[in-house]
Write a new protein. Structure first.
Length: 346
């Protein structure tokens, strides 16, 4: 029964990714839950619930129980995670798995404790934590255990984590609450301000992915979008271009640029030289925004590259830590920050 083994979970604001030791990634679903408003019963989770966003009657509520990288609704997160664990194992949920969960680098001790508790309440035997930027660096294949500095920028759904890593440790880091969700909000705000039009969050996210950009495209793209006129309340169609979305999203990148600069200011000249030589690795779903790597390279003056499958890097990094505990045991902690010791040998 593979759930009796240790598993890794990327419990993200936008999606949940589960990695099972020896099997790889076995689940990748949106962090969305549909509830019956009167009874609180879970009607759908993950992709099924995501498809309901903006389309449900009043009796059904669709929510994201995590925001800005932390749990905002403990009970719903526990129900969602339990459903995902059962989805992975079927009904054969006989053994309580050992779980390693990723958390943003800037979360408080109380927020760490809440992650531990929600995992154990969802059915884990016990849980430990690994910091997201470190897991992302491992998942992207960066040489985190060498005596050379490297830098990762992990642009997730709720937070962006920037970290300089050397010899298996985070040397300096910054976490900002600007990421994929902020890009979506900027698209929504653009339609309201420029066109007096309300569109749904799913439409905004799809626009961001399909024609959004961090630098203008060589050949601008255009889409016709139908929304609700804020003045008449009636449906209305408008045309939006990739240049429009660039103007909307570009200001959101400034706090991330600042976070990268702040991390450089905290590290030694030797580590700075290492990073200049190796470049900056970009992970997370936000890294997939068109021209994101070029925007960072131009602004920071350091070569930036997007990891292969950047969305899965955090979960893959957790999995690699599970597969090789002897080499990576120093990066996994309980919520007090102590080493896990014989955690993998229990």
């Amino acid at each position: 029964m593979f759930l009796s083994q240790t598993i890794g979970i990327d419990l993200g604001t936008a999606s949940v990714i589960i990695y099972v030791k020896g099997k790889g990634i076995v689940l990748r679903e949106p962090s969305v839950v549909a509830l019956d408003r009167s009874s609180g019963e879970v009607l759908a989770v993950g992709e099924d619930a995501y498809q309901m966003l903006g389309r449900t009657p009043h009796a059904i509520e669709v929510i994201r129980p995590l925001r800005d990288g932390v749990i905002t609704n403990f009970e719903v997160t526990e129900k969602m995670l339990r459903a995902f664990l059962r989805k992975v194992a079927g009904r054969r949920f006989f053994f309580r798995p050992r779980v390693v969960v990723c958390v943003p680098s800037g979360v408080s001790e109380m927020e760490k404790r809440s992650v531990i508790e929600v995992c154990t309440d969802a059915g884990a035997g016990y849980a430990r934590l690994i910091e997201e930027p470190l897991a992302a660096a491992i998942g992207a294949g960066m040489p985190v255990n060498q005596a050379r500095g490297c830098m990762v920028v992990d642009i997730g759904g709720g937070t962006t984590d920037v970290a300089a890593v050397c010899m298996g440790k985070i040397v300096a880091s910054r976490s900002v609450k600007v990421s994929g969700d902020a890009f979506d909000a900027a698209v929504l705000d653009f339609f309201q301000q420029a066109h007096r039009l309300d569109i749904g969050p799913v439409t905004a996210e799809q626009l961001k992915m399909h024609i959004g950009c961090a630098l203008p495209r060589p050949e601008p793209l255009a889409r016709d979008i139908i929304g609700r006129c804020m003045d008449t309340g009636l449906p209305r169609a408008v045309t939006v271009t990739s240049d429009d979305l660039y103007q909307a999203i570009a200001p959101c990148l400034e706090p991330i640029f600042t976070a990268v600069r702040d991390v450089f200011e905290q590290i030694s000249p030797e580590l700075t030289a290492d990073i200049l030589d190796s470049g900056i690795m970009m992970t997370g779903g936000g890294a997939l925004l068109y021209n994101m790597d070029k925007a960072f390279s131009a602004r920071i003056g350091v070569t930036c590259m997007v990891a292969q499958d950047p969305i899965a890097c955090v979960a893959v990094g957790t999995g690699r830590a599970l597969e090789n505990p002897a080499a990576l045991s120093d990066v996994i902690y309980d919520y007090h920050g102590s080493d896990t010791g014989n955690y993998f040998n229990v």
